[in-house]
Ligand binder design. Sequence first.
Ligand SMILES: NC(=O)c1ccc[n+]([C@@H]2O[C@H](COP(=O)([O-])OP(=O)(O)OC[C@H]3O[C@@H](n4cnc5c(N)ncnc54)[C@H](OP(=O)(O)O)[C@@H]3O)[C@@H](O)[C@H]2O)c1
Length: 290
Amino acid sequence: MSLIVTGATGQLGRLTVESLLEQGVPAGDIVATGRRLDQLKSLGDRGVQVRHADYADPASLRTAFQGAQRVLLVSGSEPGARVQQHRNVIEAARDAGASLVAYTSIVNAATTSMRLAEDHQATEALLRGSGVPFTFLRNSWYFENYTAYLSVFLEHGAVFGSAGEGRVSAATRADYAAAAAAVLTGDGHEGRAYELGGDEPFTLAELAAEITAQAGTQVAYTDLPQAEHARALAGTGMPQLVADILADADQGLRRGELHTASGDLAGLIGRPATRLSQAIATTLRGLRTP
Ligand SMILES: NC(=O)c1ccc[n+]([C@@H]2O[C@H](COP(=O)([O-])OP(=O)(O)OC[C@H]3O[C@@H](n4cnc5c(N)ncnc54)[C@H](OP(=O)(O)O)[C@@H]3O)[C@@H](O)[C@H]2O)c1
């Protein structure tokens, strides 16, 4: 068995490798790939195969994917370049004779009109036309999109957004990674599109209320018009394009497009997904630990 994990230098890819190891997959059966091999050294020290692969460099992908049986394609992070990069990965997996490519897409990819989803929709179409068996791991938001800013929310007493009363089925990266590992090691996932998200969708006002309850500091949700939200995000130093895409994603959240009641995440990982209250408690503990 040769299981390729792309983006292993990043957070989701790394957690997927860790999950495979926890599941008892022999380290030598796992190939962790990425652009920055120094980030993969500790995995190499544990017996994981480590190979250089750049989505933009088809030759590197061909070499890295030699002997590939199943491949996890972690969606890239360069707006404007992703679809061609993903095409390169899919073609390399096909040419290596892989029997499955699992792709980290976005929840409700078939119906959402969020700008963020366009690359995912294009990549899903590429996979469908590639002839390679595929699985779509359609992830909703990470809890970490919010918990990473917990200290900022506490400092300002506010969570800003433009999602109104929309509910998001967020989950931890670790849970999405466990689902990816389950698909890489399990059978019968070919042709499936999993709508992945937490079991307890929440509004951003409920997020603020949970933070308030646990931290003992008042944090309120302030709902902004979309353009103002984009301006506020850009004001934090974020590139304007990214700010616009994130404010647009909040409109998707508002419309319910980041919500799923599929139960697919809990089904794949064989337990309930981590709860929002647990994610906040863990982050608060981290903030308070000197
Ligand atoms: N669902 C959500 O809430 C959410 C939130 C943010 C992002 N995402 C998407 O989910 C993906 C994984 O999330 P994450 O948290 O693991 O992000 P991350 O920590 O930024 O990791 C992204 C990974 O993609 C790799 N990558 C990007 N371009 C590449 C290229 N040209 N060649 C090879 N590797 C490349 C990065 O490699 P380097 O280390 O070399 O940069 C890194 O390993 C993101 O890339 C993004 O598409 C989803």
